[in-house]
Ligand binder design. Sequence first.
Ligand code: APR
Length: 258
Amino acid sequence: MAFAGAAFSKQLLLSLRLSRHIAVFTGAGISAESGITTFRTAQTGLWHHVDPQEVCSMSGLRNDPDVVWGWMALRHAEMLHARPNAAHFAIAKLATQVHTLSLITQNDDDLHERAGSPSVIHLHGEMMRPRCGGCGRNYSGPLHAPEIVADGSPIEPPRCQHCTERIRPGPVLFGEDLSTQVWEAAAQAMRACDTCLIVGTSGIVKPAANLPLLAKHNGATLVQLNLEPNDYSREVDFEVLGAAGVVLPALIEAAFGM
Ligand code: APR
């Protein structure tokens, strides 16, 4: 479904053009069209089918690390097969049109980076950056031998080559605090931006979900692109409902003619 420029209000386009600093805040919805399953989208969302406390929490990692690693390996494989979509590329393009663009994501995939966005603030960690639970040593890439098929069944956690402790997955787990440094960088961008563009999130998970409201309280214009209305719908100045891969490129085209 093509999205005509006429679909966007003149005020919205003007607000984007006049913005010196745009903060883009993304969630799983922006990677849905790349084949990465979201968490809470009706029917398809992961959390409708698996218990996040079992597969993606600190207590899960303590009690059943094999189960957590099995699930993470499955998601990792999904990310390795995924390609950035038009929405990821549109953000990289937008960065060339504004004085400052801050990109803050809840996603643990690397599709923003693969689409050419250099500095991405990952609030919820990165799948591609597991680290040792003992000495903290960073690792990258899949840590299990390719013959271990990632079908979601439990797999033995990899061990650190340095201290032999278990390596933990890169994403931030439920029951775990966000990195203070990462949080401060995101909050600083939200306080300083003229427009905050929210793309593809349910806006449910705190503290991340508070960030666009911090931008609003500091005078920023709030814009939301999402498949369906959510808690931000009553907070935003502009809302466009539709698929990010269709709407975002059309919006950037309509606002900046490229
Ligand atoms: N285009 C735009 N929006 C979409 C698309 C799409 N193609 N597909 C789905 N959406 C919307 C859904 O309507 C939903 O509102 O994206 C949102 C995805 O919401 P969630 O699945 O809850 O993902 P997110 O908000 O990123 O979750 C936040 O929760 O599970 C944790 O750590 C995980 O970072 C994640 C956090």
